[in-house]
Ligand binder design. Structure first.
Ligand SMILES: [Zn+2]
Ligand SMILES: [Zn+2]
Length: 245
């Protein structure tokens, strides 16, 4: 079955010519420079949906688009960095047009990462630059104490990853209990621990309004301290205030 070229052209976000996966290490994407978008915070990102695009095209282009979506899923699951080869030149707007004209290909020295992936639809956002903030689950060999989400898998795991990342970005490296900056790791990143204020096992939700970024000391205290019930109430109030319109 052939996809109509007009529908394909309706998705100008077709953005890569080729994708290359080095399992457990990185994904390389070729991206056209005109795909880049600047976010309000000054970060560069691209938004695309390879899965949707694959449904609209046929042949080798379909194959590539499908491979692209598979690569994004792998990058999300294995937290792989994305290396981007930036293509400049004239890009064809639909597969039936004559081939694109590539002027230059440059390997971006900065690595990218997937900052949003919708498992249901395939909508994907890839952002330029490293994560500056990490938590206990970013360190593969270290669970940072009590694992709160060891049994979370599949879609829930992916969602959880983005919730944690967004909470760490919200906290900007400062404990949301004491406001002190987390310690700096050997690789320069700032460490805090993410904590479900109401535990998942107690009907707590895996959402940003139920997850706090805490320094290791206050994280332990939130679980085991004599004040833990008060801490829970105060943290919940603080988070509720943050998300109140
Ligand atoms: Zn603290
Ligand atoms: Zn916790």
């Amino acid at each position: 079955m052939r996809g109509g070229p007009s529908r394909a052209a309706g998705n100008p976000k077709y953005c890569y010519e080729w994708v290359f996966v080095k399992p457990r290490e990185f994904v390389v994407l070729n991206l056209w420079h005109d795909m880049f978008e600047e976010q309000e915070n000054g970060k560069i990102c691209i938004n695309l949906n390879s899965r949707k695009y694959a449904e609209e095209v046929s042949g080798v282009v379909k194959h590539r688009a499908t491979k692209g979506d598979e690569a994004f899923q792998l990058a999300v699951k294995d937290k792989l960095p994305i290396r981007v080869i930036v293509i400049t030149g004239r890009r064809r707007s639909r597969p039936t047009e004559k081939a694109s004209h590539v002027e230059a290909r440059l390997l971006d020295p900065i690595s990218w990462r997937i900052t949003k992936y919708d498992w249901q639809t395939g909508d994907c956002t890839i952002t330029r630059g490293e994560e500056k903030f990490v938590d206990q689950f970013s360190i593969p060999e270290d669970t940072g104490g009590k694992p709160e989400r060891r049994n979370v898998s599949g879609t829930a795991f992916v969602r959880n990853h983005f919730v944690r990342t967004n909470v760490l970005i919200r906290a900007q490296g400062k404990c949301e209990w004491c406001n002190e900056t987390g310690f700096k790791m050997a690789d320069g990143k700032i460490y805090l621990e993410t904590h479900h204020v109401v535990p998942l096992g107690e009907t707590g939700l895996d959402t940003e309004s139920n997850v706090a970024a805490l320094c290791p000391n206050h994280h332990r205290e939130a679980h085991h301290g004599i004040k833990r019930d008060d801490m829970r109430k105060i943290l919940l109030k603080k988070l509720a205030d943050l998300y109140r319109r």
